[in-house]
Design a protein around this ligand. Structure first.
Ligand SMILES: [Zn+2]
Length: 599
């Protein structure tokens, strides 16, 4: 028998993309001297595709790593490079979003390890689709999981905008001795105090790296917010104070609307605390927020319980004892607005899935009418890489109906709305990664950094910071095979061209379905290039039929027509207050005339 050589290979399937963040997924493969190869995977997320592509999301192409059952023939295709275990850092869509879709496509997921909230959320998300959840075991910081004889993974606590976020330090072995250590922080902050749940434990983090005693150590570093001169963090207390200040300044407005990213638990905590200070209760509007609340409760986080209204939105709005209404709703990214703009999928049996705030902006919300009584807290910064131009448009639509808008300043001004910093980024900034890696270097002098979770520009920022403190960096690309060993990271397998993704297209309504049966339509799965050009259709899956409450959407078509006609296409140029007022007046007049016409 030929003696193999020890080899640890790291491959990013997604997550280091050329134009946008998302689709996080990496595979670590270790071959030991006896020729045995074992693989583990980290995260399996969605990437948010540009609207023009026609695909709603894309997923890392993991075809060779999972067994697949052909949906039509039942034939099973064995994985060429099976992974033994999948570790999930946290429950954000760009880290878990592909799980449901791969399952729908007929792939068998390997056993999963994740933190408590992550596990509960994934289970609830599968249940909501009428699907059986994959095998997930809850793990916590300090747990060490052995895969075969030569791979050990230790979990560490990290801070992020969602609770129970974990980082993973993987140590590979050769003849019982440590060979290489690869720390994957996931998305992270170095804050050691968070409003909900456990926080980054620097001492444990550093001791984990030091204890590994590996000749080669790599740290995969979240580069989302490592831009030079990134804004200073204000922290939780100040965020609450600022938000409270905004509400008091607009105290004549008694309906507060706060569109959030539903899984930004640490940011929703700012609304909870503000409401507590105001002596009022919040209402969580949107099924994703309800799911987050349920996952928090299941995970033992119930601090918000006294502040969250229990009951229907109608009874909340009619409750005379609550004078200051505070609606925390889905919609920081204005989901659904683009579908309206492009007139896609509009059919009585297939209402476009859209966020609560988008419904309000389009005047399609069944219970909430936007007017001069409304204050909108746009706490999430507008991120063009993710939500395109729809975020700013949504705010303009809300303003045109009389709402006062206050937003957290972003890297680029999107309007002349009042700006107050009401929350921080969920990712470590330049200063934080510099401080952390300076400390890491003290315990592991030859550490090598691989920037992840960013586009090439963001990864370069991290590289620049590391060069300032004398830390070696390897700027990787998706699909490159990187050998980690002998104190180095070496490219042993160039990037595959064309790099392909799996992408999903929604077909609504379902062309094969009897129109009398409510259906969400079909999902078509395609293999696409990096530029979202379709290569081949892999399969199509009927969405779980769900009963649609048509009553809620009474008047639906009529309102929709009005919304379609609203000229919000060219509104986002920076305008003076005067021209903005003019625009708003135009919008209102137009709206009035449409209302008259449709009567
Ligand atoms: Zn995240």
């Amino acid at each position: 028998m030929v003696k193999a050589r020890n080899r640890t290979v790291l491959k990013f399937i997604g997550g280091i993309n050329k134009d946008r963040i998302g689709g996080n997924c990496s595979v670590l493969e270790h071959t030991s001297a006896d020729g045995k190869t074992e693989r583990v995977m980290f995260d399996l997320g969605s990437m948010f595709t540009p609207y023009e592509s026609g695909f709603v999301a894309a997923y890392p192409n993991v075809d060779e790593y999972f067994d697949r059952t052909d949906l039509k023939t039942g034939e099973v295709y064995k994985a060429l490079k099976p992974v033994k275990m999948l570790f999930i850092t946290h429950a954000h869509e760009d880290h878990i979003g592909a799980l449901i879709n791969y399952t729908k496509m007929g792939y068998s997921l390997p056993p999963i390890k994740a933190g408590g909230f992550t596990r509960n959320f994934i289970r609830l998300a599968f249940a909501a689709e009428g699907m059986i959840a994959p095998d997930i075991e809850k793990i916590k910081a300090g747990d060490i999981i052995e895969i075969g004889d030569n791979i050990k993974v230790e979990a560490v606590d990290v801070s992020h905008s969602i609770v129970d976020s974990l980082g993973f330090n993987t140590v590979t072995y050769s003849n019982g001795k440590p060979y290489a250590a690869i720390m994957n922080n996931g998305d992270f902050l170095t804050e050691e105090e968070m409003p909900v749940g456990k926080a980054f434990n620097k001492e444990h983090y550093l001791s984990t790296l030091k204890r590994a005693k590996a000749p080669t150590t790599v740290v995969c570093l979240d580069s989302t917010s490592t831009t030079p001169h990134s804004s200073e963090r204000i922290g939780f207390r100040k965020a609450v104070e600022n938000t409270y200040g905004v509400v008091m300044k607009h105290s004549d407005r008694n309906l507060i609307v706060s569109p959030v990213i539903s899984r930004s638990v640490q940011n929703i905590a700012i609304d909870v605390e503000t409401a507590r200070r105001l002596g009022t209760k919040i209402f969580l509007d949107g099924k994703w927020l309800q799911m987050v609340k349920n996952a928090l409760t299941l995970s033992g986080y119930t601090d918000f319980d006294d502040v969250v209204y229990k009951g229907s939105l109608q009874s909340y709005l009619n409750d005379k004892n609550i004078s200051k209404k505070y609606i925390v709703c889905t919609g920081a990214f204005a989901q659904g607005l683009e579908n309206y703009e492009y007139n896609i999928g509009i059919d009585a049996t297939s209402p476009i899935p859209m966020s609560s705030a988008t419904k309000m902006a389009l005047d399609l919300h069944p219970y909430i009418k936007i007017d001069k009584n409304v204050l909108v807290l746009a706490r999430q910064r507008i991120i063009e890489d993710i939500n395109g131009r729809t975020g700013p448009k949504m705010l303009q639509l809300l303003a045109s109906q009389g709402a006062a808008i206050v937003m957290t300043p972003g890297s680029r001004s999107v309007s002349d709305f009042e700006e107050v910093q009401m929350q921080d980024s969920g990712h470590a900034n330049a200063e934080a990664v510099k401080t952390l890696m300076t400390d890491v270097k003290k315990v592991v002098p030859n550490v090598i950094v691989i920037p992840i979770h960013g586009n090439p520009e963001q990864c370069r920022n991290t590289e620049n910071i590391m060069s300032e403190i004398g830390v070696k960096t390897y700027v990787a690309e998706n699909q490159e095979g990187l050998e980690v060993g002998h104190g180095k990271v070496i490219n042993i397998e160039p990037k595959i061209t064309p790099l392909t993704w799996y992408a999903v297209k929604m077909v609504m309504p379902n062309p094969y379905s009897d129109r009398e049966i409510p259906s969400d339509g079909l999902k078509e799965y395609w293999e696409v290039t990096e530029d979202y050009q379709p290569l081949q259709k892999i399969c199509e899956v009927q969405n779980t039929p769900k009963a649609i409450n048509r009553g809620k959407f009474s008047n639906h078509e009529k309102k929709l027509e009005q919304a379609e006609e609203m000229p919000y296409r060219e509104q986002m140029r920076k305008t003076s207050q005067k021209s903005k007022n003019k625009k708003i007046k135009e919008l209102r007049d137009l709206r009035k005339s449409f209302n008259k016409r449709s009567r």
